[in-house]
Design a protein. Structure first.
Length: 81
């Protein structure tokens, strides 16, 4: 199975990297850009036949290692779900 995990900063958390990208886009003439939020995209291939159990395990992995739950949120998508 293939899973996709999207990790983004929680609302209200400053995003200096996003701000730098926004400023660069403005310098390139893209003045219509209001906000940029940066994040991570992670692909994981794993074995399993129970989608609910697999999603639960992916959420545990994300909470324990792949995301910082203090400042980040994550979303798990299992291919075929």
């Amino acid at each position: 199975m293939k899973a996709s995990i999207y990790v983004t900063l929680k609302e209200g958390v400053l995003d200096p990297q996003g701000e730098a990208v926004k400023k660069s886009l403005h310098l390139l003439g893209y003045d219509n850009v209001d906000e940029v939020r940066m994040g991570k995209y992670i692909e994981i291939w794993l074995q399993g036949s129970d989608p609910k159990k697999t999603v639960r395990e992916l959420e545990e992995m994300s909470d324990k290692l792949l995301a910082n739950p203090v400042i980040e949120k994550f979303r798990v998508e299992l291919e075929g779900e």
